[in-house]
Each structure stands twice: as structure tokens, then as C-alpha cells.
Design a protein around this ligand. Structure first.
Ligand code: FPP
Length: 261
């Protein structure tokens, strides 16, 4: 099944060539992204860092649209880590304001494109006005059945695991719960989500940065030197094409190999 990509990829363009290589019956169900390089993008242009984040918000729009058009079901964006509070106060405040403005402007587009928004992370510590906006848009889009966009905000992978243990203890489940990987993962922030199939990281850093530590056990990684504000649908399509060339063995061996064991 080839989705209608009219208006999304120009005939004869590099994007169209990439889109034609995609096997739409084997799309990654869940793509996660570490959006890195906003600051360097701004520094290269002698602009304040917030301009890098502003340009990064445009790349967010582009990737959300790409996922929706291709038929990918889940997109998780690492937008603010627990460690990001260590940045200058002014940058932190402007980042939250940027997110708030983005949601205020984009809500109608989200509904129109059947996009559901959810948030993972320690939501209670998000500044109140940004939190209100997030809750409003999450509620507004809760019945949308197209793409689910998951914003990881005030998120840390280790904290998520510790929070899951605390929830199990608080519920008095220790001892009663038959604890295994499946039952444990139901206490994570991502309980309702499948694990990511593909993780994209921009800006060429080979790090996980405390992102979805539990969930990425068997995720395919795709790292590009492109800085996040320069990330376009072309790069996203390259990542999907490359992902489909990988052989995912989940620790087993390929059927071919078993014959020669
Ligand atoms: C990392 O780049 C990026 C962030 C900490 C923030 C990501 C935020 C956005 C893309 C904009 C708004 C988001 C949404 C969802 C609308 P960095 O600042 O660490 O870059 P550097 O490593 O080059 O300094």
C-alpha cells in the first residue's frame, strides 16, 4: 500500500526517490528522536540559542507531518530532559514559552490531521502555564486516531525506572505482582506505547542521553551529523529507508544461519 504523497514529495525530487524505496507494509511503528544541535546551529549564525530552538520547532513540524503522511503511528520527541534545567534560566524559560506558543498555534492543525498528543516525564514539575497548555491540547486530541505524538518533557530514563518502582511499592504490589518485563513496563510512563523501532539522533553525537533507557533495548539507531534545525523530510525518509535495510534479530539468529549451526 502506497499512501497518497501528493503535495508531500515533489515529482522527480530526491524525496520522491527515497519515498519510492520505502516498503509501506514494514514501516517502523514507533520512531523516537533525540533532537540535538539547536544551540550549535544558532552559534554558527551568531544568533542567541533560542533562535536555534525556534528553528528546531519548524523541524518538529516537518517531522510530525512526515510521520502523518507516511502512516507511522507513534513519534516520540525528546524535547526537555531533566538535565536541561541546568541551562541558563533565561534559555529554560524561553524554551517552555516556545513550546506553549507552538501548542497554541498548532492545536487546530493537530485536530485536522487526527494527531493525538501525549506527554511523558515528570509532568507535575513543568511550569504551570506550559502544563495547562499541554493538558488542554492532550485533552482536545485524546480521541484522534492518526499519529500519536509523544513529547518527552522533564524526562529522564533513570527517573522513569525509579518512578515505576515507587509506583509498584506504593500500590502495595510488591510480593503480589508477578514481576516480569511485561508487568514492569506497565508501570513506566510509556505503558500504553509500543517500544520504539527506530531512534534518530541528530548532530552526530553517539549518546543516548538518558532517553527511553528501558524501551530502546532492541531499537535500531540512526545517527546523522545534521543539526536538528536543518533536519528535513529528506533526512527522515533516509532514516526510514536505512532502517528497512537492517536485519532485526532481537538476539536470535537469522533463519539462514540456523541451517549451518
Ligand atoms: C537540544 O539542542 C534541544 C533541546 C534541548 C530542546 C528541543 C526543543 C525544540 C526542538 C523546540 C521546541 C519543541 C517542540 C516540541 C515544539 P541543544 O540546545 O542541546 O543543542 P547543542 O547541543 O548544539 O547546544
Amino acid at each position: 500500500m502506497f499512501p497518497d504523497l501528493k503535495g508531500f514529495v515533489k515529482p522527480g525530487s530526491e524525496e520522491e526517490k527515497l519515498a519510492r524505496q520505502i516498503d509501506f507494509s514494514r514501516l517502523p511503528r514507533h520512531v523516537a528522536v533525540i533532537m540535538d544541535g539547536n544551540g550549535r546551529w544558532a552559534e554558527k549564525r551568531s544568533l542567541p540559542r533560542i533562535e536555534g530552538h525556534r528553528a528546531g520547532a519548524k523541524a518538529v513540524q516537518e517531522v510530525v507531518e512526515a510521520c502523518g503522511r507516511l502512516g507511522i503511528k507513534y513519534l516520540t520527541l525528546y524535547a526537555f530532559s531533566k538535565e536541561n534545567w541546568k541551562r541558563p534560566k533565561r534559555e529554560v524559560a524561553r524554551l517552555w514559552k516556545l513550546l506553549e506558543d507552538y501548542l497554541r498555534k498548532e492545536d487546530k492543525q493537530l485536530i485536522k490531521n487526527k494527531i493525538r498528543l501525549i506527554v511523558i516525564g515528570q509532568i507535575e514539575a513543568i511550569p504551570p502555564s506550559a502544563r495547562r497548555e499541554l493538558e488542554r491540547v492532550a485533552d482536545l486530541t485524546k480521541d484522534c486516531d492518526g499519529l500519536t505524538v509523544v513529547l518527552a518533557l522533564n524526562y529522564g530514563g533513570r527517573t522513569e525506572i525509579v518512578d515505576a518502582v515507587k509506583k509498584i511499592c506504593a500500590a502495595g504490589e510488591i510480593g503480589r505482582l508477578e514481576l516480569d518485563e511485561d508487568s514492569f513496563s506497565r508501570y513506566l510512563y510509556t505503558a500504553s506505547l509500543p517500544d520504539p523501532d527506530l531512534l534518530i539522533r541528530t548532530s552526530g553525537e553517539f549518546r543516548i542521553s538518558n532517553f527511553l533507557l528501558w524501551q530502546i533495548a532492541y531499537t535500531e539507531l540512526w545517527i546523522t551529523p545534521v543539526l536538528w534545525p536543518d533536519f528535513r523530510r529528506k533526512h527522515f525518509l533516509q532514516a526510514v529507508v536505512d532502517y528497512q535495510k537492517r536485519e532485526r534479530r532481537f538476539g536470535a539468529v537469522h533463519a539462514r544461519t540456523t541451517q549451518h549451526a
